[in-house]
Write a protein that binds this ligand. Structure first.
Ligand code: HC0
Length: 584
């Protein structure tokens, strides 16, 4: 530990801390716009300047490591004046359209100005030419960029994608892809992590709000909405609730009050995915163990940022992906077939809206693979943040809403489906079902969590030994299934490199495109810090553990769906509606 003094108060912090982190840990506020927890700092905004005894100039506290005996002052006249001038210089090149900016009241620049007591903008800079760049998932408004470079850091260091950089010099500096290319023409995975860390309105999800209101207001349309697993553990934050507050029932009520006709749960389709993906895994393993040709490891395919990453970076490995569509597109496909037939609605008159924690899902629904008979499975994706805005616009008092239940037949789900929202969840859900189907033995509640794959580590692995399986699965007797789980594209690259070299020891791999899984998705409330990820994760496990139904294959509506419509997992109808193939 290092001992130092901040504002006359003796404090002790870990050796690796910076001054900014030391202050933060001791509840001393220092403004900053470029700092990101746990990664290399850029020190570009300089707002975090402090006085360090013995130093000639003010120091950027995010860049200076603590030293024994340091004496720091964060709140002197000199510091306050310097921060105000630095802030005004940032404003000199920033539009002043705050009232109509989508980040009004959630803008970090605005909040810091307020905290610093800035009441005037004395400098008028040579305004750099702003431009807007639209893609199906992400919209860039470069007139608002303050060059903090957080997006560059998250793209390069956390996601290992690295398509963003500072281009040009001086007032002409712009953050974006090389040669000022639009984002839809480069290898962007559309994960949206840049939109989560952007402190201002420069990076955001591409808006679907107006099209969804239009559909709701169209009396000729049957508007079906579905909610991803991770939304229920995060959207409360947009209404002032503590991170990790579960609001499942309120969410359902809010969606009904907004005017959606059917409120379904993506979790239902997560249970269905387990039936389909589990069957696919067993088929591939059986082939491999009985002398046939099978592509292993099989890798999950529900995270569209991850799919796009494989297409760009490892197109030769696409066959490793499961052929399952993602759960929300499965649900869309079923809503426009199974459910539409039941309620006698022409699929063309049905609009399916998905509430997702993910910006890449906006792109995913536009893919040709996500259509049946020319009709898209899902018509619009709203992020958690967009839905919160709509709830506010509708004047709904979210915090005080009563709870209500999802509609059926596409609304019931198991705890196994809930945990899809966290890293390791899809794998654990699959193992709960595959183990019971293969051995015929019941997994007791206390053994449901596969503890080696729970948590936020970059790569988690486990070995599952199959003993004494049922007659149909004798080929698995004594076989050890090797599994790996990762979240965030940096870890995914490590696992893909192994596959590409023919050195992967695994049979089944789960990859989620964002750190922590969907609880940390690019469409989730801001901020999303490591601490907040942990709280959302705990809420998801709480939701699972609170249910009597915790295994996908025990979901009565899933069984009914097979009896009434699909016949069997991986059957002809399932392949038509629920599976696809990615080719490059
Ligand atoms: Fe996820 Fe999903 S779990 S990708 O993380 O599989 O976005 O929450 O909706 O589709 O179910 C995101 C979250 C989903 C899908 C599900 C999967």
């Amino acid at each position: 530990m290092i001992n130092l003094t901040i504002n006359g108060k003796p404090v002790s912090v870990a050796e690796s801390s910076t001054i900014l982190e030391a202050a933060k840990q001791n509840n001393i506020y220092i403004p900053n716009l470029c700092y990101l927890e746990g990664v290399h700092q850029f020190g570009s905004c300089r707002l975090c300047v402090v006085e360090v005894e013995g130093a000639r100039n003010l120091q950027a506290s995010c860049m200076v490591p603590v030293r024994e005996g340091m004496v720091i002052k964060t709140n002197t006249e000199k510091v306050r004046k310097a921060r105000k001038v630095l802030y005004e210089l940032l404003l000199s090149d920033h539009p002043k359209d705050c009232l109509s900016c989508e980040r009004n009241q959630s803008c970090e620049l605005q909040e810091i100005g307020n905290r610093l007591g800035v009441t005037e903008a004395r400098f008028e800079g040579e305004r750099s030419k702003g431009f807007e760049d639209f893609s199906p998932s992400i919209t860039r408004d470069m007139s608002k960029c303050i060059l903090c470079r957080r997006c560059i850091t998250v793209c390069k260091e956390i996601q290992n994608v690295g398509i963003l950089n500072a281009q040009n010099r001086g007032f002409k500096t712009v953050v974006g892809p090389a040669m000022d290319l639009p984002i839809n023409s480069v290898n962007c995975a559309y994960c949206g992590q840049c939109t989560v860390v952007c402190p201002v309105g420069a990076l955001k999800e591409t808006d679907a709000i107006q099209s969804v209101w239009k559909a709701i207001n169209d009396k000729k349309k049957r508007v079906v909405v579905q909610v991803a697993p991770a939304i229920r553990a995060a959207i409360g934050e947009e209404f002032g609730l503590a991170p990790g507050t579960l609001v499942t029932g309120k969410l359902v009520t809010a969606l009904r009050e907004m005017g959606f006709d059917d409120v379904f749960d993506t979790n239902f389709a997560a249970d269905l995915t387990i039936m389909e993906e589990g069957t696919e895994l067993l088929t591939r393993v059986k082939k491999a163990l009985t002398g046939g040709e099978a592509t292993l490891p099989m890798v999950t395919s529900c995270s569209p940022g991850w799919i796009k990453y494989v297409e760009h970076a490892f197109p030769q490995e696409l066959d490793h992906l499961s052929t399952c569509k993602s759960p929300h597109t499965m649900l869309g496909a079923l809503a426009k077939s199974y459910y539409a037939e039941k309620i006698k609605v022409d699929p063309k008159d049905m609009v399916v809206v998905s509430i997702m924690p993910c910006t890449a899902k906006k792109f995913e629904i536009s893919r040709p693979e996500m259509k049946n008979n020319g009709v898209p499975n899902v018509d619009a994706v709203l992020t958690t943040r967009e839905l919160a805005k709509m709830i506010k616009e509708a004047g709904i008092d979210f915090v005080n809403l009563a709870d209500s239940q999802f509609d059926n037949p596409l609304g019931l789900s198991s705890g196994a489906a809930d945990i899809f929202g966290v890293t390791g969840g899809v794998m654990e859900a699959a193992l709960r079902t595959v183990y019971e189907l293969v051995t015929g033995r019941e997994l007791p509640f206390e053994k449901l969590h596969v503890t080696p794959i729970v948590g936020l580590e970059q790569i988690k692995t486990a070995d599952i030994l199959i003993e004494d399986p049922l007659e149909d699965y004798k080929f698995l007797d004594g076989f050890t299934v090797k599994i790996a789980v990762t979240s965030g594209l940096k870890g995914a690259k490590i696992l893909l490199d192994q596959i590409a070299k023919g050195e992967s020891p695994y049979h089944f791999i789960e990859v989620m495109g964002c750190s922590g899984g969907c609880i940390g998705g690019g469409g989730q409330p801001r901020p999303t810090t490591p601490e907040i990820r942990k709280k959302r994760m705990a809420a998801i496990y709480q939701e699972d553990e609170g249910k009597a139904l915790r295994k996908s294959h025990e979901n009565e509506y899933i069984n009914k769906l097979y009896q009434e419509y699909l016949v069997a997992p991986n059957g002809h109808k399932s392949h038509d509606l629920l599976h696809t193939h990615y080719t490059k």
